[in-house]
Ligand binder design. Structure first.
Ligand code: CS2
Length: 493
C-alpha cells in the first residue's frame, strides 16, 4: 500500500487549496504594509489583536503588523516558513477555522536586534503595541525595578536593549535623532492602568539615560490604556492534529480561543491611528471601569478557580465549574464580594456581565487548563484579588471569602515546592525557598508569605488581612482535595 502523501506546509501558495469553510485573509498578502510593531507576539496577541487587524487590512492596508519576540525565536521559526500565516480555531457552539495573515513580518530580538530597532525607527510605523505579560514591565510596585537584571543591563547599554522598556526608548531615541514623529505606545496587557504604568516606566528609564529625550517623550508620546479580553487556551497536540487534518496542510503553530472577544482602547493617540472602531474595537475616553470589571471579576475568578481547583486536583476551568461547591463559591465571590465593592462603568449591567463570564467558563468546546492560569501568581494576585481586598477593607466589608484563594495560592506554592515542581513565576526561586520552609502551621507559614512586599505591599502588615488569611489557610487544612471541598462547603453556609 502506498504511504499517505505528506501534507504540505501552510503557506501563501496553499491558500487556494484550503477547504471552502476555512476563512482566509480578505486582502492580497503582498499588498499590505507594516504600520504596527507588536512586542510579544505570543498566542494571546495572535488570537486577539492580530485578528482585529486582519479584518482591518481588507480596507486599510497600511496597518500590517511586524511581530517581535524579545527572548525566543520559536514563533518566528514557526511562522517564517509559512509566510507569516497561521490558523486560529474559534471555539464556539460551532468550530470555525480562520487563517490569519496580519503578521507580515516576524522578528526575534535574540538574533535580529538591529532589524527590530530599524523597524521601530521606520516612519511608516506609527503604533507600537505590547503583550509582554505583567512581568515584562519590570515593575516594583508602580515604579520601574532598577535592580531587574534586564533593566540594569539596558541602563548600562541603552543601544543594545534586552527589555521591552529598553527597546521602546531606543526606538524613540532613533526617531528623535532623525526628526521622525514618535509612535504611540499601546499596552494590551492585563494590567490595571496599563498605559499609565508603562508611560511612567518608560520615562523613569529615559530620564536615567538621556534627559532631553525624556522631555521629548513626556511632551509628545501618547500611552493610551486598553482592556483586552478573550480566553485563549495554550496550543496542545490535540489542536495541532485536528487543524492539520482539517486544513490539509501542516501548521507548525496554530492557536485557539473562544468566540467571544473584546478590546477597549482609550482614544488618545499621537497622530494617525488605525480606525479600530471599524472592526469592533470600542474606543473610549475612560477605560478604567472596563479594566477594573474585567481584571477583578473575570481574572479574579479565574485565579481563584486555578489555585483552589489545582489543590482539588482538577484539570481545567470546565472541570472546576462542574464542581458545585467550587463553582458556587466563585459565583458568590464575584456577585457578593467583588462586584459589590468595585466601581463599575455606569452603563454596565454587573449581573449580566457575571452571567456571561460564568457561561464562558462553562464553554464545553474549550479545555482551558488551570495550570496555565496558575502561572505568574506573584504578578497576577495583586491586580486580580489583592486590590479588591484593599478596597473591601477600606469600605469595612468582610474579606473572608476573598482571602480563601490567597491562602489557596500559598498552599499551592507549598505543595509544588514539596513535590519539587518548579513554578512558572519570575520569583520561582524565592517561592520555592518559602514553600520548602513551610511547616503547615498557619501562623508560621502565612507570616513568611506576607513578607513578600512586591506581592502584598501594605497589606502584608495589615493586621485584619493577616488574621483573615491565617484563618483561611487553617481552614484549608492539609489542602487535600477533601479538605478544600470541606472549606468551600463551609463558605456556602
Ligand atoms: C487567564 C487569562 O491565564 C490567565 O491568567 O486568567 O489569560 C484570561 O483567560 C484572559 O485574561 C481572558 O481575557
Amino acid at each position: 500500500m502506498a504511504a499517505p502523501a505528506a501534507r504540505p506546509r501552510l503557506s501563501p501558495a496553499c491558500l487556494a487549496q484550503l477547504p471552502a469553510n476555512v476563512q482566509q485573509p480578505a486582502y492580497a498578502l503582498d499588498g499590505v504594509r507594516i504600520g504596527i510593531v507588536h512586542i510579544g507576539a505570543g498566542a494571546f496577541h495572535r488570537a486577539h489583536q492580530a485578528v482585529y487587524i486582519d479584518d482591518l487590512l481588507a480596507t486599510h492596508p497600511e496597518w500590517a503588523i511586524c511581530g517581535v519576540s524579545l527572548h525566543s525565536t520559536d514563533v518566528r521559526d514557526a511562522l517564517d516558513p509559512q509566510g507569516g500565516l497561521y490558523t486560529l480555531a474559534l471555539l464556539g457552539s460551532e468550530r470555525h477555522l480562520r487563517v490569519i495573515g496580519a503578521l507580515r513580518e516576524m522578528l526575534s530580538a535574540r538574533d535580529q536586534s538591529a532589524a527590530v530597532l530599524a523597524r521601530l525607527a521606520d516612519p511608516a510605523v506609527r503604533l507600537v503595541t505590547l503583550t509582554i505579560t505583567e512581568k515584562g514591565y519590570c515593575l516594583a510596585g508602580s515604579d520601574l525595578d532598577l535592580s531587574h537584571p534586564d533593566i540594569a543591563h539596558d541602563l548600562a547599554h541603552p543601544a543594545q536593549p534586552r527589555s521591552a522598556i529598553g527597546y521602546l526608548v531606543a526606538g524613540l531615541r532613533e526617531r528623535q535623532r532623525h526628526g521622525i514623529a514618535p509612535y504611540t505606545v499601546l499596552s494590551c496587557d492585563n494590567l490595571a492602568d496599563n498605559g499609565h504604568r508603562l508611560h511612567r516606566a518608560v520615562l523613569q528609564f529615559a530620564r536615567r539615560v538621556d534627559a532631553p529625550l525624556a522631555a521629548w517623550i513626556e511632551a509628545s508620546v501618547c500611552f493610551p490604556c486598553s482592556m483586552v479580553d478573550s480566553i485563549t487556551p495554550a496550543t496542545d497536540d490535540a489542536l495541532r492534529e485536528r487543524i492539520d487534518v482539517e486544513l490539509g496542510c501542516d501548521d507548525a503553530w496554530p492557536i485557539q480561543r473562544e468566540e467571544y472577544t473584546q478590546w477597549v482602547v482609550e482614544d488618545r493617540f499621537g497622530g494617525e491611528r488605525p480606525p479600530l472602531e471599524r472592526v469592533g474595537v470600542t474606543l473610549s475616553s475612560d477605560i478604567a471601569g472596563y479594566d477594573r470589571a474585567k481584571l477583578r471579576l473575570l481574572n479574579g475568578a479565574h485565579s481563584s478557580l486555578a489555585y483552589l481547583g489545582s489543590l482539588m486536583e482538577l484539570d481545567s476551568v470546565g472541570d472546576a465549574m462542574a464542581h458545585p461547591a467550587l463553582a458556587g463559591f466563585v459565583e458568590r465571590l464575584m456577585r457578593r464580594h467583588i462586584a459589590a465593592v468595585i466601581a463599575l462603568p455606569r452603563a454596565m449591567d454587573a449581573e449580566g456581565y457575571i452571567d456571561a463570564i460564568l457561561q464562558r467558563f462553562r464553554n464545553p468546546s474549550i479545555r482551558h487548563r488551570l495550570s496555565q492560569i496558575a502561572w505568574d501568581g506573584s504578578q497576577k494576585l495583586p491586580v486580580r484579588l489583592l486590590s479588591t481586598i484593599g478596597e473591601s477593607l477600606r469600605q469595612g466589608q468582610s474579606i473572608d471569602a476573598l482571602c480563601l484563594p490567597i491562602a489557596a495560592w500559598m498552599h499551592f506554592v507549598r505543595r509544588q515546592a514539596s513535590r519539587g515542581v518548579a513554578l512558572v513565576d519570575p520569583i520561582n526561586d524565592t517561592l520555592q525557598a518559602l514553600g520548602k520552609g513551610c511547616t503547615g502551621d498557619a501562623g508560621h507559614d502565612v507570616a513568611r508569605f506576607l513578607q513578600l512586599e512586591a506581592v502584598f505591599g501594605a497589606l502584608g502588615v495589615d493586621p485584619v488581612f493577616g488574621e483573615t488569611v491565617r484563618a483561611a489557610y487553617a481552614a484549608l487544612g492539609d489542602a487535600s482535595p477533601d479538605a478544600v471541598a470541606n472549606a468551600l462547603a463551609r463558605h456556602a453556609v
